[in-house]
Design a protein around this ligand. Structure first.
Ligand SMILES: NC(=O)c1ccc[n+]([C@@H]2O[C@H](COP(=O)([O-])OP(=O)(O)OC[C@H]3O[C@@H](n4cnc5c(N)ncnc54)[C@H](OP(=O)(O)O)[C@@H]3O)[C@@H](O)[C@H]2O)c1
Length: 279
């Protein structure tokens, strides 16, 4: 599996399996399938309520723990005094004494206390790397400067329609790597049947999905495509046996519709929606 090196020196796979909206009852089977076809990075979150299924599938896989890169995220309601206990609870559900990457899930509420607790967890060996998710411009700079803690990762909605060029420029100044959520655009804009992606794919014997994902990993951006189907899991991981040529990369660059994601993540309406979500 190809990897990237994070700013603290640890190696992270470029491909993983994502579990947003995977029914907790299905999560064990999905992770078992994902591991069986070769995924070695798993992206879950407290908010997804499926960490237990991940833990069971990983524990019973027979694959050495150090060969699987586990990512989880702390939800905004687990701030302050609740943060440490919530991390411990995630470790219990995941049946492990450390995760490879631990993220602040959302830039709302008392995320300072969560981030400090993540750093403590890292120092205690409970997380190999820490980072953020959904942090844009001002909140990213504010947290990084005032906490003095540089994130290894910022996980943002990133796909051919939302290429995150301006956040990549900003994060480069800090050595923070971009990780792509929604790497297939959650199917929006006809991603899976998109004319340009399909046409380019035909040249390489690849699908639109494989072309869109390859566009990201070819730039060193880790992707975590989600699927509940083992066939689609297999399709989404065949990304490392072809290289998009310069012209095709340039064509895909022109598909960027909204650089910073499909929603206005800095709008009051979006903030109110996320803040009201509990699990
Ligand atoms: N940090 C955050 O706030 C955040 C937010 C969203 C997501 N994420 C993470 O990123 C991961 C991926 O993002 P996502 O799940 O939102 O979206 P995505 O991976 O871009 O798209 C998933 C959708 O595509 C379908 N699909 C997958 N492969 C396909 C294929 N080859 N052909 C046709 N349809 C296919 C899936 O349906 P089937 O399951 O039926 O195949 C599902 O509906 C998540 O699972 C989660 O781990 C993080």
């Amino acid at each position: 599996m190809e990897t990237i090196k994070l700013n603290n020196g640890i190696e992270m796979p470029l491909l993983g399996y994502g579990l947003f909206k995977v029914d907790p009852k299905e999560s064990e089977r999905c992770v078992r399938d994902a591991l069986s076809v070769g995924y070695r990075m798993i992206d879950t979150a407290q908010f997804y309520a499926n960490e237990e299924g991940v833990g069971k599938a990983v524990a019973e896989s027979g694959i050495p723990r150090e060969d699987i890169f586990i990512v989880t995220k702390v939800w905004l309601t687990n701030s302050g005094e609740k943060a440490a206990a919530s991390i411990q609870e995630s470790l219990r559900k995941l049946r492990t004494d450390y995760v490879d990457l631990l993220l602040v899930h959302q830039p709302y509420g008392d995320y300072y206390s969560i981030y400090r607790e993540l750093d403590k967890a890292r120092k205690e060996g409970k997380a190999r790397a820490i980072g953020l998710s959904n942090f844009y411009d001002d909140r990213f700079c504010d947290l990084v400067h005032n906490s003095g803690i540089i994130p290894a990762i910022n996980q943002l909605e990133t796909n051919v329609f939302s290429q995150q060029n301006s956040m990549r420029e900003l994060m480069k100044e800090y050595g923070t790597s971009l990780m792509a959520w929604g790497p297939m655009g959650q199917g929006k804009n006809d991603f899976f049947t998109h004319g340009t992606l399909t046409e380019i794919g035909a040249k390489y014997g690849k699908t639109a999905s494989q072309v869109g994902l390859r566009f990201l990993v070819q730039q060193g951006i880790p992707v975590i495509p989600k699927s509940t189907s083992i066939l689609r899991m297999e399709e989404n991981m065949k990304l490392f046996d072809f290289t998009l040529d310069k012209r095709d990369m340039e064509t895909i660059l022109t598909l960027n519709l909204n650089d910073k994601g499909s929603r206005d993540y800095t709008s009051p309406a979006y903030a109110r929606r996320i803040i009201s979500q509990t699990f």
